[in-house]
Design a protein around this ligand. Structure first.
Ligand SMILES: [Zn+2]
Length: 114
């Protein structure tokens, strides 16, 4: 007979083989309410998204937006050092200079709700 711990171990093994990562979220009550609101209101008059489905959707939606933003940025270069935007991921050596895109342009890639 297979007990719960054994079943869990087998599930983890299958996930590992499939390249699946499980993450745990700690949300305060306001964030949890916002999550449930999103699940329901984005499927008005339908069965709400389940929490996992909704979060996966947000990740995929944001990645699509990020890729588009990066593709748009790559058409331009830094006015100071000439690097293709968004510039050196380790930080442009001119960062801090007002003419360097990374000094304030980086905000265009940040999440706007924080
Ligand atoms: Zn620069």
């Amino acid at each position: 007979m297979i007990n719960a711990a054994e079943r869990k171990r087998m599930q983890r093994q299958r996930d590992k083989e499939a390249g699946i990562t499980t993450i745990t979220l700690r949300l305060d009550s306001q964030e949890m309410a916002m999550l449930l609101e999103g699940c329901a209101e984005r499927r008005i008059a339908r069965q709400p998204y389940d929490v996992t489905e909704y979060l996966i959707g947000l990740i995929r939606q944001d990645n699509k937006l990020l890729c588009k933003q990066l593709a748009d940025l790559r058409k331009s270069s830094c006015g100071k050092c000439g690097d293709t935007l968004p510039g050196d991921p380790r930080g442009c050596c001119m960062q801090g200079d007002s003419a360097c895109w990374q000094t304030s342009g980086y905000k265009r890639l940040m999440l706007s709700t924080l």
